[in-house]
Design a protein around this ligand. Structure first.
Ligand SMILES: Nc1nc2c(ncn2[C@@H]2O[C@H](COP(=O)(O)OP(=O)(O)OP(=O)(O)O)[C@@H](O)[C@H]2O)c(=O)[nH]1
Ligand SMILES: [Mg+2]
Length: 304
């Protein structure tokens, strides 16, 4: 499973140089030559360990499960991440080359103080060139942290038009409390909760952003997150219709979802306290009416 929590904080160029040169400044030696060589060895170790640590902390993005791969590609772009990691690799090789050359020059009899000063200058210039990539990798950690870690427990994905009451339902029945508001597009990312059943069993429930009835290529990034859950994570879809709103586009969206995703779709009405339509199961997150029946239906379909 993919966990962004495991990605380390990434230093800026300035911080990284402070770390390497700061560590080297504490290193001594009996002669100027020995001191310079010791300092170069220290800078070499600090930088190499640091770059390797950052590069190794990233998974092989191409081999992640489809859901994570496509989600990461959607929110940041896997090519962008690879570019940043390649830049670190480059800086790693360049700085080691500079250090090796300086060591050879000192051993060949050049003035150790001058060689060291010039090596420091060149190392700084390399690291400063990747400052933007270092900052990107640090920001990346925060972006990726918003992608929830999913389990492989039986999963119901809640979908429907904006503002129909998806988050209200998920908040009512599960451990997660997504934001609820009286305007559409409140939910902007996916929220994962768990419905606790008897004997420690659980159902994973995912609240998704509202979907409009429009073709996939016209969907924005927020809607595409919902689509990825439907496509890769759902064992069953709970499609919520709010009959107090225009039904036609909601029915069209439902048809599209049934056509495109190969899992059972449970269709229900929300806001039962506001209307009398009962040709489908109806529930209210306000009064609690019908909630148990919807849960029962989800359990039947998921066979838990
Ligand atoms: N009367 C009544 N209002 C409800 C019920 N469920 C939700 N609402 C209201 O409907 C509005 C939208 O609720 P949300 O749960 O945020 O809807 P959503 O489908 O998650 O909306 P998006 O995230 O924007 O797609 C809020 O003002 C809720 O208080 C219900 O059962 N009865
Ligand atoms: Mg919502």
């Amino acid at each position: 499973m993919f966990e962004a929590k495991k990605l380390p904080t990434v230093l800026t160029a300035e911080e990284l140089l402070d770390k390497a040169f700061g560590r080297a400044s504490k290193v001594g030696g009996r002669t100027p030559r020995e001191r310079a060589l010791n300092k170069l060895a220290t800078v070499s170790n600090v930088l190499r360990d640091y770059f390797n640590k950052i590069i190794k902390s990233h998974p092989s993005y191409d081999n992640l499960p489809d859901f994570y791969k496509e989600m990461i590609d959607l929110v940041v772009g896997i090519r962008r991440i690879k570019k940043a990691l390649a830049a670190l690799n480059w800086a790693n090789e360049m700085t080691q080359k500079i250090i090796n050359k300086a060591v050879r020059e000192i051993k060949g009899g050049k003035n150790p103080v001058q060689v060291l000063r010039s090596a420091y200058g060149r190392i700084s210039s390399i690291i400063e060139q990747i400052d933007e990539e270092l900052r990107f990798l640090n920001e990346l950690k925060k972006t990726l942290r918003e992608i929830p870690a999913l389990t492989d427990e039986p999963t119901v994905v809640v979908a429907g038009y904006p503002n129909v009451g998806k988050s209200s339902f998920v908040a009512k029945v599960s451990t997660v409390k997504p934001e609820i508001a009286s305007y559409p597009f409140t939910t902007k990312s996916i929220h994962v909760g768990y419905i606790e059943l008897e004997r420690g069993k659980r159902i994973q429930i995912i609240d998704t952003p509202g979907l409009l009835d429009r073709p996939l290529e016209k969907r924005n990034e927020i809607e595409r997150k919902a689509i990825l859950c439907l496509k890769h994570v759902a064992n069953c879809i709970l499609f919520i219709i709010d009959p107090t709103m225009d039904l036609k586009p909601q029915m069209k969206l439902l048809e599209e979802i049934k056509e495109n995703f190969d899992v059972p779709v449970i269709v229900v009405y929300s806001k039962a306290d506001l209307h009398d339509k009962r040709d489908l199961p109806a529930f209210s997150s306000v009064t609690g009416e019908g909630i148990e029946d919807v849960l029962k239906r989800i359990r039947e379909v998921l066979k838990v």
